[in-house]
Design a protein around this ligand. Structure first.
Ligand code: NAD
Ligand code: SIN
Length: 475
């Protein structure tokens, strides 16, 4: 290994980053440096760890323009969107500090013998593997809470976004993070595989369900290993009643934001098989056809940029072909010319009469299901092995109560898009979407383990009164 690799801008194939993929030996060396640095970092008072994280947040804020431009160049996402990602990384620091205090802080309760104390301890050295779609925000969702908790980390960004990963680590070092506490390795799956085979105590992973399942099998038989899996989805959106144009806006935002490259994007639209349902579909098609698609730096800004690569766009084409082979019918007109090989227009495909398909297509593809009644709508929504996000568009409180009670997903919204998860809430899924280690507000839970202590100041606290059970007179 140790081979050269590069990242390019998907809008025009221009070079963004060039370097080398790290070998197994380089991964082992990075883990060894992290191992050596971890005890010192864990012993650093929490206030000082918080101060480093706050300096990191300030540096991100100061460099937000540069970070947003780099994310946009490396992913093809429009600048308006990457600016919100950069701001989200800076904002994540205070949210993670508050979440840690609530979820993994210290709690003392008085007891007859003295006090009961709940504390949390870091796991040790953790690997972080990041995805490409939010190359700064999502790894930071692991890195910030894991560092606050006193872990040392070895981070491998997606092979499609090495430059953003490198910038994040540079900002942490400039913030005063001690050497070795956050190591960076670069490369693709081979480097990732070499890293997870090193002597680490856990893996914090955001990415595809396929890779997540692989890791779950890989680490089977190691109950002490911390494996946090944030995986994909095949998310349903039921649009049941209300104004068609308003519903269409929520549907387009759910399905086509980030060119459909969000784990929480709606993949399946479920509507009543009625005039109202047809009006919603027509309004959605009309709105989707008007969405501006363009380069990340175009002025005026597009709603959707490119996909991450021409290969990803070709994978989306294969997904659409699979759906049509299974009986799906493409709706709407063929799109006008697109600005490059990695761009794709929104697609709506009627799967009501088609064979069942439960694979995530990570792009702007929305499957339509027309159903006779609300019961079938809920059953259709739950007909997936995944369980990340789900939403209902309806003014009817009774329908919402039924949907909420029966939905199998970690995010269940009403009259809101399926995506745009809030950092001050847990974010994770059921089924194939994860392993019940939600991130965001609950990330603090998987970054440390609880230690319960019964504490008495003097040895007398350890001595129970056994006199009632003793033979042979008083002690
Ligand atoms: P991916 O699984 O292809 O890659 C993610 C990371 O894991 C990359 O760094 C990659 O190099 C590494 N990797 C992949 N397979 C590996 C293996 N076998 N061994 C070692 N390392 C490996 O995911 P992606 O294409 O970058 O991201 C898109 C996917 O992530 C989608 O499925 C999306 O739904 C999911 N996602 C989930 C969330 C969430 O929070 N639940 C958020 C964003 C994206
Ligand atoms: C994602 O993490 O891919 C999406 C988060 C969101 O927008 O809900």
């Amino acid at each position: 290994m140790d081979v050269p690799f590069r990242s390019t801008c998907p809008s025009d194939d221009s070079l963004v980053w060039e370097g080398r993929a790290d070998s197994a030996a380089a991964c082992a060396a990075a883990v060894a440096r992290a191992r050596a640095a971890q005890p010192g970092w864990a012993e650093t008072p929490l206030d000082e760890r918080i101060a480093v994280a706050r300096r990191f947040g300030d540096l991100v804020r100061g460099d937000a323009g540069k970070l947003a431009t780099l994310i946009a160049r490396e992913t093809g996402k429009p600048l308006w969107e990457t600016r919100t990602e950069a701001a989200g990384v800076a904002g994540k620091v205070d949210i993670s500090i508050a979440a840690q205090a609530e979820r993994a802080g210290e709690r003392r309760s008085p007891a007859a013998f003295g006090e009961s104390v709940l504390r949390h301890r870091p796991h040790g050295v953790l690997a972080v593997l990041g995805p490409f779609n939010f190359p700064a925000h999502l790894p930071s969702g692991h890195i910030i809470p894991a560092l606050l908790a006193g872990n040392a980390l070895v981070f491998k960004p997606s092979e499609l976004t090495p430059a953003v990963g490198e910038m994040l680590v540079r900002l942490w070092r400039e913030a005063g993070l001690p050497d070795g506490v956050l190591e960076l390795v670069q490369g693709g799956r081979e480097t990732g595989a070499a890293l997870v085979d090193c002597a680490i105590d856990g893996l914090l992973f955001t990415g595809s369900a396929r890779a997540g399942l692989h890791f779950q099998q890989h680490f089977a038989g190691r109950p002490g290993f911390m494996l946090a899996l944030e995986l994909g989805g095949n998310n349903p959106l039921i649009a049941w009643d209300g104004d068609a144009e308003t519903a269409a806006a929520a549907i387009v935002q759910s399905a086509f934001l980030t060119a459909g490259q969000r784990c929480s994007c709606a993949r399946r639209l479920i509507v009543p098989d009625s005039a109202e349902g047809r009006a919603t579909v027509d309004a959605t098609l009309a709105l989707a056809a008007r969405l501006r698609i363009g380069r990340w730096d175009a002025d005026p800004q597009p709603f959707m940029g490119s996909l991450i690569s021409a290969d990803a766009a070709a994978a989306v084409d294969r997904g659409i072909e699979r759906l049509t082979t299974q009986g799906g019918t493409l709706l709407g007109d063929a799109p006008a010319a697109l600005p490059g090989r990695a761009f794709r227009a929104p697609v709506l495909i009627d799967m009501s009469e088609a064979a069942r398909d439960d694979e995530e297509i990570f792009g702007p593809v929305l499957q339509l299901f027309r159903v006779p009644d609300f019961e079938t709508a809920i059953a259709t929504a739950n007909r997936t092995a995944y369980g990340l996000s789900a939403a209902l568009l309806s003014a009817d409180d009774a329908l919402w109560a039924r949907f909420l009670a029966r939905s199998r997903a970690g995010v269940v919204n009403r009259n809101r898009p399926t995506n745009g998860a809030a950092s001050n809430m847990p974010f994770g899924g059921t089924g194939a979407s994860g392993n019940h280690r939600p991130s965001a507000w609950y990330a603090a839970d998987y970054c440390a383990y609880p230690v319960a202590s019964a504490e008495a100041a003097s040895l007398a606290g350890a001595a129970p009164d056994l006199s009632a059970y003793l033979d042979g007179g008083a002690r």
